[in-house]
Write a protein that binds this ligand. Structure first.
Ligand SMILES: [Zn+2]
Length: 275
């Protein structure tokens, strides 16, 4: 069972099509199911109306899928998991802004500045708006060493400290769960056995494996696929002006032909595959 989990923050583009096709192929090759999950808890950036466009894009590519509940329907599950971790003393509050963290950080991780632990042990007013961070060192002490397996990259020892004490509960009340918490809980709830996603999310897996250990969740296998890169070697992204799948669909292009080309590794001019 694999999944494709887009966020309705902007239209899908070629990189998303690639990711969906890889996950779909892996499921079909093994007689498994291909799930689609809408990750719609990104606060003001989230545009729920895009989810219907996504469904139209996937159908245009000739894919069939089973849709599982969107993240916005599962906020209570995330809250419960965070409460469990907090009750075990594994979360601590943080008031730092992004700029403060960037200024104070001593290490740069794969995801940007690693949180230097500024608020660990600090005093907080009861009504203060805070984010809640996972105490990664304490978490690993509780679980002991953990391993995880990527189909392409083999076995890895979980090193969540590479990302530091990540935020699990955000300051924003309307979208409290962070990606790390929500995606980990969803994959377990949806019965995903092969987490398929781009290499850009490879480092996050160290944290997700720790969360699985702490929350007693089943441990899937991962498949981090290479990314489509543009002429400058940069990951294709929504904001870089490449035509969206919806643009191509509305222009009358045949999505199945595009999907077949991607499956066969025939990439558009200027686009390459990279890690
Ligand atoms: Zn802080």
């Amino acid at each position: 069972m694999t999944r494709f989990a887009p966020s309705p923050n902007g239209p899908l583009h070629l990189g998303h099509a690639w990711s969906a096709i890889v996950a779909h192929q892996l499921a079909k090759a093994r007689g498994g199911r291909f799930l689609v999950r809408i990750e719609d808890i990104d606060g003001a950036r989230s545009r729920p109306e895009l989810a219907d466009e996504f469904r139209a894009d996937l159908a245009w590519l000739g894919l069939e899928w089973d849709e599982v509940p969107a993240q916005s329907t599962r906020l209570a599950d995330y809250e419960r998991a965070a409460a469990t971790l907090a009750a075990s003393g594994l979360l601590y509050p943080c008031r730092c802004t992004r700029a403060e963290i960037a200024a104070a950080a001593r290490a740069k991780g794969p995801d940007g500045a690693v949180y230097p632990g500024t608020c660990r042990g600090a005093a907080f007013a009861p009504d203060e708006t805070v984010a809640w961070r996972l105490d990664v060192a304490e978490g690993l002490r509780r679980t002991g060493p953990l391993e995880w397996t990527d189909e392409r990259g083999g076995q890895h020892v979980a090193r969540p400290e590479l990302l530091g004490d990540v935020v699990l509960v955000r300051k924003e009340a309307e979208t409290p769960a962070s990606y790390h918490l929500a995606a980990t809980i969803d994959d377990a709830a949806d019965g995903v056995t092969l987490v398929t996603r781009g290499m850009d999310l490879f480092p996050a897996t160290h944290v997700h494996r720790l969360l699985q250990g702490l929350l007693g969740l089943p441990v899937p296998t991962w498949h981090h696929h290479p990314l489509l890169l543009d002429e400058t070697g940069t990951k294709l992204a929504k904001r870089r002006g490449s035509p969206s799948l919806a643009d191509r669909r509305h222009a009358g292009e045949d999505g199945r032909v595009l999907a077949d080309a991607l499956r066969a590794g025939r990439l558009p001019a200027g686009i390459t595959l990279g890690e």
